[in-house]
Ligand binder design. Structure first.
Ligand code: BG6
Ligand code: BG6
Ligand code: GLC
Ligand code: GLC
Length: 945
């Protein structure tokens, strides 16, 4: 009837088309394609700003990483509860996903119930809102007769901006739309929900994943269409997410693959970026909203605001006399009186104009036909602008994806949800058309989410569940390497017992406690030129050290010892050493000089004097024949004789720990402990002579001898060195080389030894020996890691279960890789490239696991060394009957020096286990060579006396 009237109206009156005046009035809302292109480019710039770590804090568009790394692939399965909060309806659901049904358009069974949220809860306390959510969940379980006994995994769609560090955590950045409940902003939303569920009582629920509605929508649609990599909401609010390349997401570690980013595009323009497109009506809508200045883009687009925009335009035009003959009703003046649903109704095909008239009449207005046409046109312009802006935003996202993939064109699906898109009759068509016009090179398919967001949320939860079970299994393995404080105390106690036992004359201790015949730490009076030889660490080093007036100079050369010498005959090994020394002397032009030499030999030697020593047993990677039980000084001298090119006077044989202590004591007189955390591990310290039952106390130099010697020295130095006198007066101590690597050889560490350690020991050249060393030192840590990685791979938890030859190769994973992989500065990309060097092709997820394995193994090593050291410092403190001991540990070895965390954990553990000791660590600068030369200097002096 009204339509007939309308036609006659057109033909009878030759008056201005009422839409024209609206077009003029709303000129600023009618956006041309070039303007949309401009907006699109601005949005893409905003996206980049949000993705970059540098500019993210200041960015309006937050580009939130969602930790959803894959779209559905059909492998998802399980039964989940789901909550959907933040859209126009709050829903509780149960979703059942059968494995393999996705992608191929299979069935997902869903049951849902809508629970109204009382208005006051939107702005009340967040705890009350969540209590309501949780009680609704309980009611749903009752109603659907779902067991309350069982644990239920739950997926949570929460349609607000959250900063997520993982899928099951998310800090609310700010409320948007019509929510502003107090006490949740800045807090973990998942935790708040958990607490509410606990308060409700009687439910056992595990919240596996929290997702934004855009993400859930993308997943829902991705279930049927694998090309769906964008999720879009045009509902109460508006937002979009898409699959971004991980390498572009600065805020998340990782470089490989993709992660879904929730753009939170509603905030586009909050920093003024859209000011030239914002109209006075937008400003009025914003000013009257619950979040002024926020969500500027959203307020130009979404269902919560479109009706209000139309009302404000109509009101303004009426006030200007452009509508209703200038008449305005109270209803028209009232906020919210025109809804977005009304706007949709105005544009209904055929009935739209009639609907418009009815809506205006409902507002106590008496519209003419022209008024109705004009108001309908206002609705069209406002909703058209909305779809245009969405198209511009989408164009930016699709361009970004296209550029990421270096493609000319793109075939992609956008999953969409939201009442505006679903109920506005013209909206989808217009949107699709503009997007295709803006991006003619892209084939964009739009798929409406058929079942809301919960199906997608459940799919995310299903993946999370699978990953969590995988993570749990990895964690279980890593837990084997965790040692708690009580266990560390036990290790400390066991070390202490065996240290004491080892000092006895007929000791059965696995810790050998070898007397070193070094009685004094250096005093700065050492003079002359010495050769220092250093065998047993990573390399063999020959060195010339010159001491002069409390200063020294050092020249050295490094030689590698090939495996065939390490594990050949003793004669070959010592001949090789002689050859290296010869080369060094040649290099220094000292072949003719018969220099006094200190020989650092980093293996356990039974010594009866400073210049002799019988090798008790090889350790680490050495097993040359005919050496054990022989005097190594002799063996070296024999080799030198055989060579017959130079001569040496080996005046001291010392362990590397002892050499390290001496080196550092030259810098710091408080240094009375030497420690090695390198290829092997060991420690020496100054023990009271009276406690060393195993040496013949009659043969040790008496204090009197030393005083005589001191007096001689003092005469020469004219009493210049006071510190020296103090140090020299303490001749009651001897340095003991503990050889602590042998702890556990009697089984006392079996409670912490894992099956991986057992394997490493079994395959070593000294099975059953040096058990502590095998848990703590560079020669073994990499191999332990390799065995753990192999096990995890065999169980399908790593490297996609692909066991490579590399991974099966013993020794391939050197400890230096451990140090590199654990380095904090390394991004996962670098970790992966290290693994790649090793022939291990890893994903980003694999790299995280490998890093965690390295961390667990090296942490245990540092803790155990800390426990051992705590036993030693407490013993020294008690020896001296002190309440508090301040002492320095001279320390060397690649593990200590190169590993990024070893030293820190070592220090923390000593602090915790020996709180009465203040332990300073002094890394040895020149290795143990300087110490060996110092000992040689003292020994030489004695020889001369
Ligand atoms: C629903 C989804 O279908 O759409 C929600 O399940 C989403 O998660 C909502 O928030 C968005 O639309 P609206 O119009 O309800 O805000
Ligand atoms: C060196 C010492 O600096 O460190 C050696 O000079 C010692 O004597 C070595 O054996 C220990 O470290 P690594 O890592 O080489 O075994
Ligand atoms: C608001 C929220 C956003 C959500 C959108 C659609 O913009 O901030 O998280 O996706 O509404 O519901
Ligand atoms: C091994 C050796 C020991 C040495 C240590 C560090 O444990 O047995 O003598 O000090 O390695 O190199």
């Amino acid at each position: 009837m009204f339509a007939v009237h309308l036609i006659s109206f057109f033909f009878s009156k030759l008056q201005e088309d009422p839409t024209k005046k609206v077009d003029r009035f709303l000129h600023g809302m009618r956006l041309h394609d070039d303007q949309l292109g401009d907006i699109s480019a601005r949005f893409q710039a905003e996206m980049k700003k949000g993705l970059s770590a540098k500019s993210n804090a200041a960015a309006a568009v937050k580009m939130l990483p969602t930790h959803v790394c894959s779209t559905p692939d059909g492998s998802e399965k399980g039964q989940f509860l789901a909550l959907d909060l933040g859209g126009s309806k709050f829903k509780v659901l149960q979703v059942k996903v059968r494995e393999g049904v996705g992608i191929k358009k299979g069935e997902v069974a869903m049951e849902e119930k809508i629970y109204p949220i009382p208005k006051e809860l939107h702005a009340g306390r967040a705890a009350e809102l969540f209590d309501h959510v949780s009680e609704s969940l309980k009611d749903f379980l009752h109603e659907k007769k779902i067991s309350l006994e069982k644990k239920h995994p739950l997926a949570f769609t929460f349609s607000f901006p959250c900063e997520q560090a993982s899928l099951d955590q998310g800090m609310l950045l700010s409320w948007s739309k019509n929510y502003r409940a107090r006490g949740l902003q800045g807090k973990d939303v998942v935790q708040a929900l958990r607490e509410a569920i606990d308060r409700t009582k009687g439910m056992d629920v595990e919240i596996l994943a929290m997702v934004n509605d855009t993400v859930a929508t993308m997943m829902t649609c991705g279930f049927d269409d694998q090309c769906c990599e964008v999720g879009l909401i045009i509902g109460t609010g508006s937002n979009a997410c898409y699959m971004e390349e991980l390498r572009h997401i600065d805020l998340v570690e990782g470089d490989e693959g993709r992660m879904c980013v929730n753009t939170e595009w509603g905030a586009f323009g909050d920093d003024g970026a859209l000011n030239d497109f914002v109209t006075e009506f937008d400003r009025d809508v914003d000013a009257a909203s619950i979040n002024p200045g926020k969500q500027i883009f959203e307020k130009m687009i979404s269902g919560m605001y479109l009706g209000e925009l139309v009302r404000l335009v109509v009101l303004k035009m009426a006030k200007l006399g452009l509508l209703f003959d200038g008449r305005v009703s109270d209803a028209l003046r009232t906020k919210g009186k025109i809804t977005t649903g009304d706007v949709a109704a105005m544009e209904e095909y055929k009935t739209g104009l009639n609907n418009t008239k009815n809506i205006l009449i409902q507002l106590d207005l008496t519209p003419s036909l022209d008024d109705c046409i004009a108001v309908q046109h206002i609705g069209t312009i406002v909703s058209f602008r909305s779809s245009n802006l969405v198209a511009a935003g989408l164009a930016a996202i699709l361009t970004q994806i296209k550029q990421n993939r270096n493609l000319e064109g793109l075939r992609i699906t956008v999953g969409v949800d939201g009442t505006v898109y679903k109920t506005h009759p013209q909206y989808p068509k217009r949107l699709h058309k503009v997007v295709r016009r803006l991006l003619p090179e892209c084939q964009v398919r739009f798929v409406l989410s058929d079942s809301g967001s919960s199906k997608g949320a459940a799919l995310v939860a299903a993946v999370a569940q699978r990953l969590a079970s995988l993570r749990r299994k990895v964690e279980e393995t890593l837990a084997l390497f965790k040692i708690n404080q009580d266990q560390l105390q036990l290790v400390k106690g066991r070390m202490r017992e065996r240290l004491e036992e080892g000092l006895k004359s007929k000791s059965t201790s696995t810790i050998k406690m070898l007397p070193s015949f070094v009685y004094l730490t250096p005093d700065g009076t050492e003079r002359g030129k010495y050769l220092a030889l250093d065998l047993g660490g990573t390399n063999f080093r020959a060195m010339l050290v010159r001491f002069k007036k409390q200063r020294y100079r050092l020249y050295h050369k490094i030689y590698t010892i090939p495996l065939e010498f390490m594990q050949g005959t003793g004669e070959e090994l010592f001949d090789h050493l002689a050859q290296c020394i010869c080369d060094f002397l040649d290099y220094m032009g000292l072949k003719k000089a018969r220099l006094p030499a200190g020989f650092t030999f980093s293996f356990p030697c039974e010594q009866a004097a400073i210049d002799t020593g019988t090798l008790v047993t090889w350790t680490k990677g050495f097993k040359a024949t005919d050496c054990e039980g022989h005097d190594v000084v002799n063996m070296l001298q024999e080799a030198i004789k055989r060579r017959n090119e130079f001569d040496l006077d080996i005046v001291a044989l010392i362990n590397d720990a002892v050499g390290t202590m001496m080196s550092c004591a030259y810098e710091d007189p408080q240094c009375e402990i030497g420690m090695i955390a390198g290829t092997g591990t060991n420690l020496c310290y100054m023990e009271e002579l009276k406690n060393i039952e195993k040496i013949d106390q009659r043969n040790v130099p008496t204090k009197r001898d030393e005083e005589t010697h001191e007096a001689e020295e003092d005469k020469q130095n004219a009493g210049a060195n006071k510190k020296k006198t103090e140090v020299n007066s303490v001749v009651s101590k001897m340095c003991i080389n503990t050889e602590w690597g042998g702890l556990g050889d009697d089984g006392c560490l079996d409670d912490i030894i894992t099956s991986f350690d057992v394997e490493v020991d079994k395959n070593s050249i000294n099975q059953g020996k040096q058990r502590f060393e095998k848990l703590t030192s560079g020669m073994y840590l990499g191999e332990i890691v390799r065995r753990v990685l192999l096990d995890l791979t065999r169980r399908g938890l790593l490297f996609k279960g692909h066991v490579t030859e590399t991974l099966k190769t013993p020794g391939i994973f050197e400890t230096k890789y451990l140090s590199q992989i654990e380095s904090d500065r390394l991004a996962l990309l670098q970790v992966r490239s290290i693994l790649q060097q090793l022939g291990l092709l890893s994903t980003c997820h694999d790299s995280i696991i490998v890093k965690a394995v390295c961390g667990a193994v090296s942490r245990r090593a540092a803790q155990l060394c800390g426990a051992g050291l705590a036993a030693v410092v407490d013993k020294i403190r008690e020896n001296r009957k002190l309440d508090h001991l301040s002492i320095t540990v001279g320390i060397d070895g690649a593990l200590y020096k190169l590993h990024p965390r070893f030293s820190q954990v070592l220090k923390e553990t000593v602090r915790d286990l020996a709180p009465q000791c203040d332990v300073t660590f002094l890394p040895s600068e020149e290795g143990s060579g300087k110490g060996a030369a110092l000992i040689a200097a003292v020994a030489r002096r004695k020889q001369e006396m």
